[in-house]
Each structure stands twice: as C-alpha cells, then as structure tokens.
Design a protein around this ligand. Sequence first.
Ligand SMILES: [Zn+2]
Length: 225
Amino acid sequence: MINLLNLFFPKVCEACSRYLSDNEQVICSVCRHDLPVTNIHYTKSDAVKRVLFGRVKLEEATSLFYFSKGGLVQKLLHNLKYRGHEHIGQCLGEWLGEELKDSMSFQDIDVVVPVPLHPKKLRIRGYNQVDRFGRAIASALEIPFQRELLKKRFATKTQVFKNRIGRYDDSKTKFYITHTNEFSNHHILIVDDIITTGSTIENCSQVLQDIPGIKLSLATMAIAE
Ligand SMILES: [Zn+2]
C-alpha cells in the first residue's frame, strides 16, 4: 500500500539520500549493510583505547563505525549535527545499545553520561547530538542516563589563554562536575559522537577522575580512521 504521506514528503535515507521504502526507517537497508561497523566490542580490539593510551585509563572503549572523509558516516553525522535530524542519534544508539547488551564486556556499567555541549552551541543547535544516542544505549542496558553530572561552562576571559600557535585554548577549564557524591564507585560509560585525537575525552576524564572509586568506559558513534 502506498503511504500517502511518503508520496508527498518522501523520506530519504540519512546516509545515501535514496528514498526509503515503507518498512525502512532513517537508514536504508543497503546502507545498514554497507556502513563500516567496527565490531570492536565483539572482537575486543583496542583500537579506541589506543587513541587514549597513557592519557586515560578506560575499562572498555568502542565505536559503532569507522569514519572516513566523504563516506556514509560523515553524511550521517553531518545530518545529525547540522540539519536538525536528531533521530539519527536515536537510531545509532539503539543499534549500538543492542550490540553492547549482547557483548560480554559492557555488563557492569552503572550509568551513561554524555559529553556536554557548550551552552552557546546548545542554544544554537537546540539539542546535544549525543543525548538521544546515550539515552538509547542506557535504555538497552537498563541503566540510568545522566546529563547533569558532567557540564561545560562558558569560558570567562581570565580562563582563556592564547596558546603557542595563537589560538585560544580553554580546554583545561571547559568541563566540571556536579552531584559528585552520588557517583562514587560508579562505572560510567561516557558517550560522544566521534573520537579523533581524544582530547575531549581526555578533558572530560580528568574531571570525572576526581570522583572516588570511579571507573570509566567509552562508546562513540564513530572513530576517525
Ligand atoms: Zn542509504
């Protein structure tokens, strides 16, 4: 049967822009098959941990996809971040959440915590692109999603310094934590969209590690190849 709504406003795949059939949601079945999944949580590869080696101690670390320039994953993340298509985060969170639920290594996580967006960016974008992703993972693992623990603040003038190459570097003062006492001895799963140099995760971890007895793991939508 023809879906009349689709006839007037045809839905397209968020990765390849082909029209979706009535039984396809967000990403078409061809892309679901072709997307470069890492399977790190199954193979126990240290590809994500290696990015942060010597900087952050992570119990477990995984990414759903490999990111490459001009690829399907770049298109997905672009639509998620810059075109308001927040449901992509939900879709990827459900995808990874189901896999983590089945993997042996992510069973003792207590809480999912998203990397926060700068308040100014949040105001412009209207949503944090990793919230729905994290919420879907938390729901698959049947644990809480907590966006109040880790926060990002406005950098004040005194906190921002020019670094050697003349760029403003406020990385050391960006993140802070609240409700610290409630999270002692917790195993936190940090979630983010993409891991490249790992500096964001390093900065987040530095403040989270102030919580007594904390353990940290990481899950991202993608890892840069
Ligand atoms: Zn597609």
